[in-house]
Ligand binder design. Structure first.
Ligand code: ATP
Ligand code: MG
Length: 867
C-alpha cells in the first residue's frame, strides 16, 4: 500500500467513526510560550485540553506535521543514526474531547490495525500503565480489561511512568497511556528471542507505532495531580513507522516516503545508499532534514539567528555538514531535492509545491553561506592547530569556532584527529554548559497556578466595537521571569486586543475607584487573552477597562494600510507576492513578502501611489465576523501559509482588498490619511521587506522634510529657484577646485626647476637634498619626473607640511645597483630622527613622523652617506 493511501485510509476510518477531519496545524507555533513547534498531534488542541476554548467537535482526527528537535521532545541526535526517528514526521491521531474514552479508543485502534490494515495480531504487543506509588496512582486495570478482549493477555505488558504516563509539559493535562508495539523481525529472530523482552528496549524492529493517551488529570504548579472535570482521548501514530510496517520494510527510509528522495540524492552525490555506514547515515540525515526545513519554510519560518529560526538553521547545517563530510559535497546540493519532495508530498501538503521556488532559494542561500563558513572555519582551525603547543586543542577555542563562527564541532574533531590532534572535550563541555546556563537564565520563567475567580465565566473579545467597558476578572496568575514579577489577568469581556497576526497588543488601564492598574501589554497564550500588569487589582469585579485609544487608532491605521500595501504589491509586482510576516505597531508597519529582486524606484512609487489612491477613494470597511472559510476564499480572500484557520473566519474588505484577518481596522480608508514607504530592503533570500508609516507619522515625516528644505533655503539666501541656486554653487565649487589643481601643478613645475638647480655631484652620483613644505601627494610625482630627466639621481626630500614631517627618498636603478643602496632601508633608518616609521621599494620610499625638528638631521645623514 502506498503511503498516500495509508494516510487516506486512516482518515477515512475515523471519519466513518464520526470524527471531524481537520487539517494539520502549522509546524511553527505562535502563541505558546512553552513550545516553538508542534511536537505532537495534540499541540493544536492544547486550548481544548486546558479548557480555554470549546472544541469545534468532540471527535476529531487528522495528520499533524510534527517536529522534535528542541525542548522536552528532542530526537535530533538520533536522526540518521537509527532508522525510525525523524526530525519532522507526520503523526496520525484521533481525539475525543469529553466524548468516548478507553474502550472505544482501544477497540478502534485494534480494528484499524488488524482488520483494515491487516497486521497480524501475532506481531502486536501493547503496554498499559503499571501505576506509581509516589504519585499515588493505580495500575490502569481498565485499559488492561479492554485490551484483553482483543489480544492474548501475555501480550499486554506493564509500563512505568516514563513510558506510560503522558504529560503535556511541566504543568497541565496528563494521564496514563497505552502503547502499541509491532515486531517486524524475521520468523527466525522471533524464535530465538521473545519479542516481549524487546518492547521499549530501543530495538529498531520492535517499535512503538501508536500511543493512546487517556487524559484524566491536571498537573499543578506544585507538582500535585487533580482529576479533570472531563476525560479525553489523545492518540498519536507515527505515519512513517506505520508505512514501514505495512510495506514490509525494516527501516522507515525504505518506504516510499523516502525512496524517491534517496534515489535523487544518490544521483546528485554519486554515492550509493547501502554502501557504507558513514554514507548511509549522511543520506538518511539529508533526506530527513530537507523535509523538516522545507516544511518549516513553507509555514513561514525562515532560518535565522534566534528562536525557532535558529533551530531550523541548525537542522539544515547538520545536513550540510554531513553532506560535506561523508558525501564529499562542497557545493550547495540540498535545494536540488525540493522538486522531488514537492511532488511526493504535494497532494497532502499543497503549501510545498506552491512555494517551491521560495523554499529552493532560501535553502540554496543558506547552503552557500554555510559552506563559506566551513571554508573559513577550516582556515581558523588550521591556525589553531599550528599555534597549539601540545597535541590537544583547547576546548574553549573549539567552542568559540562553533559558537562565534558556526563551525561544526564534529568537523573540528575529525580534522583534528586526521592531523594527530585531539580536543579537550572536558573544556568544550564546560563552555557549552556555561552557555546553556546563560540562555536558561535568560528565558527562565516561573508560572503559578491560575487563581480562578469565576469558574463558570467565559471569556470574549469585544474590542472590535469598543475600547472601554465594565469587566470582571475571571482568573489570574503570577509569572516571574528575567524582567521581574508580573500578573497575567483574564477578563470576561475584554476590549484589549491581544498581539496576533502581526498586530501589537493593546495597552491601557484597569480602573476601580481610586485604583488604577496599568495594562502593559496584551498577549494570547493558547488562545486565552492575557493582560499583563505589574500589580493585581484589589477589586476583581466591576472594573473599568480602558484601552489607550490614541495608540490603538495609530495601530489601526497601520493595519489597514498593511492590507492595502499587500494588494498594491500583488497588483504592481504580480500574484507571486505572498505575505511572509508583518508587524503592525503604533509608529510604523513592516511587511515581508516573497519577491525575487529589489524593487525599482518606479515600482516603489507605483506601490506608494496605489495605497494613497485607495486612501483617497474613501473605501468603507466591510467586515464579516463569521464567514464560512470556503465562502471567504471564494470572495477572493487569501489564506496565508503557516496560519491556523478555523471553519469560521473573519473577513476584512476595503474595495478589492480582501483578507482573512482578526485585527482591528479603520472604518474608512480615508482615516489612514497618508501613507509613505520609508524603506525597502532584503530580509532573507527571496524575501523583501517594506517599512512604511501612516497618519500623523507620515505627516511629521513630510513636515521634517519641509523644515530641512526651509533651512537650506535660508542658507542659500532664499533664492527664487533653490535647485538652480544650488547647482550654481556646485558649479562654482567645481571651477574653484580645478583652479586650485592648476595652481598646484604650476607650483610643482616651479619646484622641480628649483630642485634641478640644486643638483650636486658626489663622484658619479647626481644628488638633490632639499627641505621643503608642500602637499605630500605631489612629491612622489616630482621625484619620478626628476628620475626620468636626470641620470644617476639620488634625491632626498625632507618635507614638513601642516606640522607633519615626512621623508621621501628616490634614486635611479643603477644607483641602487652600483652603490647597493636601498631607499626602503634608508628611510626606515632615518625615520627615527623624526620619531616615525615608513618603508617602500629600493628605488623609492617614504616615511612619516612626529618631530619636524629632526628633518635637518636627516639631510645631514644623507650628506654623510654621499660623502
Ligand atoms: P519513541 O520512544 O519511539 O521515541 P515516543 O514515546 O517519543 O516514541 P510518542 O511521543 O508517544 O512517541 O509519539 C507517538 C508516536 O509518534 C510514536 O508511537 C511513534 O510512532 C511516533 N514518533 C515519535 N517520535 C517520532 C520520531 N522522532 N520520528 C518518527 N515518528 C515518531
Ligand atoms: Mg521519543
Amino acid at each position: 500500500m502506498k503511503s498516500n493511501e495509508i494516510r487516506a485510509k486512516f482518515l477515512n476510518f475515523f471519519q466513518s467513526k464520526e470524527h471531524k477531519i481537520v487539517p494539520s496545524a502549522p509546524l511553527v507555533l505562535k502563541d505558546d510560550p512553552t513550545l516553538m513547534f508542534s511536537n505532537s498531534g495534540m499541540t493544536q488542541f492544547k486550548d481544548y485540553f486546558l479548557g480555554y476554548q470549546t472544541p469545534v467537535a468532540n471527535r476529531i482526527a487528522d495528520t499533524q506535521k510534527c517536529l522534535r528537535v528542541s525542548g522536552k521532545h528532542n530526537d535530533l541526535d538520533d536522526v540518521g543514526k537509527d532508522t525510525y526517528h525523524h526530525t519532522m514526521f507526520e503523526m496520525l491521531g484521533n481525539w475525543s474531547f469529553g466524548d468516548y474514552f478507553k474502550k472505544e479508543a482501544i477497540e478502534w485502534s485494534w480494528e484499524l490495525l488488524t482488520k483494515e490494515f491487516g497486521i497480524s495480531k501475532d506481531n502486536i504487543y501493547v503496554t498499559i500503565f503499571e501505576g506509581d506509588k509516589s504519585e499515588n496512582l493505580e495500575r490502569d486495570q481498565e485499559a488492561y480489561d479492554f485490551w484483553k478482549e482483543h489480544i492474548s493477555e501475555d501480550r499486554i505488558l506493564n509500563g512505568n511512568k516514563d513510558d506510560n504516563f503522558w504529560e503535556m509539559g511541566e504543568q497541565g493535562p496528563c494521564g496514563p497511556c497505552s502503547e502499541i508495539h509491532i515486531d517486524i523481525r524475521s520468523d527466525q529472530e522471533k524464535a530465538e528471542v521473545d519479542g516481549k523482552s524487546l518492547v521499549n528496549m530501543d530495538h529498531p524492529q520492535v517499535i512503538e507505532i501508536w500511543n493512546l493517551v487517556f487524559m484524566e488529570f491536571n498537573r499543578k504548579a506544585n507538582g500535585s495531580l487533580e482529576k479533570l472535570p472531563q476525560q479525553h482521548v489523545d492518540t498519536g501514530m507515527g505515519f512513517e513507522r506505520l508505512c514501514m510496517v505495512l510495506q514490509g520494510k525494516t527501516s522507515n527510509y525504505d518506504t516510499d516516503v523516502f525512496t524517491d528522495l534517496i534515489a535523487e540524492l544518490e544521483s546528485i552525490s554519486n554515492k550509493k545508499y547501502g554502501s557504507s555506514q558513514p554514507i548511509d547515515m549522511a543520506i538518511r540525515v539529508v533526506v530527513d532534514h530537507v523535509r523538516a526545513v522545507a516544511f518549516a519554510i513553507a509555514d513561514g519560518q525562515l532560518p535565522s539567528n534566534n528562536g525557532a529560526g535558529y533551530v531550523i538553521r541548525r537542522i539544515l547545517r547538520r545536513a550540510i555538514s554531513y553532506g560535506y563530510r561523508n558525501l564529499g559535497m562542497n557545493e550547495p546540493f540540498i535545494h536540488k531535492l525540493i522538486p522531488v519532495l514537492a511532488k511526493q508530498m504535494g497532494e497532502a501538503f499543497p503549501e510545498l509545491p506552491i512555494q517551491q521556488k521560495l523554499i529552493n532559494d532560501v535553502i540554496f542561500e543558506e547552503e552557500r553561506s554555510f559552506l563559506r563558513t566551513i571554508e573559513q572555519g577550516l582556515v581558523r582551525l588550521d591556525n589553531l592547530i599550528s599555534n597549539s603547543e601540545g597535541k590537544v586543542l583547547s576546548g574553549a577555542a573549539v567552542f568559540e569556532l562553533y559558537d562565534t563562527f558556526g563551525f561544526p564541532p564534529d568537523l573540528s574533531r575529525i580534522i583534528a584527529e586526521e592531523k594527530g590532534f585531539s580536543i579537550d572535550e572536558k573544556g568544550y563541555e564546560e563552555e557549552m554548559a556555561k552557555q546553556k546556563k546563560r540562555s536558561q537564565k535568560a528565558s527562565a520563567t516561573a508560572t503559578s497556578d491560575w487563581v480562578v475567580v469565576d469558574a463558570n465565566a467565559s471569556e470574549s473579545f469585544v474590542g472590535y466595537d469598543r475600547t472601554d467597558g465594565e469587566v470582571n476578572i475571571t482568573r489570574y496568575r503570577k509569572v516571574e521571569n528575567n524582567k521581574g514579577e508580573f500578573y497575567q489577568i483574564v477578563l470576561d469581556q475584554t476590549p484589549f486586543y491581544a498581539e496576533s497576526g502581526g498586530q501589537i497588543g493593546d495597552s491601557g488601564f484597569l480602573i476601580a475607584g481610586d485604583e488604577k492598574v496599568e495594562v502593559l501589554d496584551t498577549k494570547k497564550e493558547n488562545n486565552l487573552i492575557i493582560h499583563i500588569t505589574k500589580d493585581l487589582p484589589e477589586v476583581k469585579e466591576g472594573l473599568t477597562a480602558k484601552v489607550n485609544v490614541k495608540r490603538r487608532n495609530d495601530i489601526m491605521k497601520n493595519h489597514s494600510a498593511t492590507h492595502l500595501l499587500h494588494q498594491a504589491l500583488r497588483t504592481v509586482l504580480g500574484e507571486h507576492v505572498q505575505q511572509k510576516g508583518s508587524f503592525v505597531g503604533p509608529d510604523y508597519l513592516r511587511f515581508d513578502f516573497s519577491h525575487f529582486s529589489k524593487l525599482t524606484e518606479e515600482e516603489l512609487k507605483q506601490v506608494n501611489d496605489f495605497v494613497n489612491n485607495k486612501i483617497k477613494e474613501h473605501l468603507d470597511l466591510i467586515e464579516d465576523r463569521a464567514m464560512a472559510f470556503n465562502d471567504a476564499i471564494d470572495a477572493g480572500a487569501i489564506a496565508l501559509f503557516g496560519e491556523k484557520y478555523g471553519d469560521v473566519v473573519r473577513m476584512i474588505k476595503f474595495g478589492d482588498s480582501v483578507e482573512l484577518c482578526g485585527g482591528t481596522h479603520v472604518v474608512n480608508t480615508s482615516d489612514i490619511y497618508l501613507f509613505q514607504i520609508v524603506s525597502e530592503s532584503s530580509s532573507a533570500a527571496g524575501i523583501r521587506r517594506i517599512e512604511a508609516i501612516t497618519g500623523d507619522k507620515a505627516l511629521a515625516y513630510f513636515k521634517n522634510f519641509e523644515q530641512q528644505f526651509r533651512q537650506v533655503e535660508d542658507k542659500l539666501g532664499k533664492p527664487k529657484d533653490v535647485l538652480a541656486s544650488l547647482e550654481k554653487l556646485q558649479n562654482e565649487n567645481d571651477a574653484l577646485k580645478k583652479e586650485i589643481e592648476n595652481y598646484k601643478l604650476q607650483e610643482a613645475k616651479n619646484q622641480k626647476q628649483v630642485w634641478k638647480n640644486q643638483v650636486q655631484t658626489y663622484g658619479d652620483v647626481n644628488a638633490i637634498l632639499v627641505e621643503t613644505s608642500m602637499d605630500n601627494a605631489l612629491i612622489k610625482d616630482l621625484v619620478f619626473q626628476l628620475k626620468a630627466e636626470i641620470d644617476n639621481l639620488f634625491i632626498v626630500v625632507a618635507n614638513s607640511f601642516q606640522d607633519k614631517p615626512t621623508i621621501s627618498v628616490g634614486m635611479s636603478d643603477n644607483v641602487v645597483k652600483d652603490k647597493s643602496w636601498n631607499a626602503g632601508n634608508l628611510v626606515r633608518e632615518w625615520a627615527k630622527e623624526i620619531k616615525g616609521g615608513g618603508g617602500g621599494q629600493p628605488v623609492f620610499a617614504t616615511a612619516g613622523g612626529k618631530d619636524v625638528n629632526g628633518l635637518s638631521k636627516v639631510l645631514e645623514l644623507a650628506k654623510e652617506l654621499l660623502d
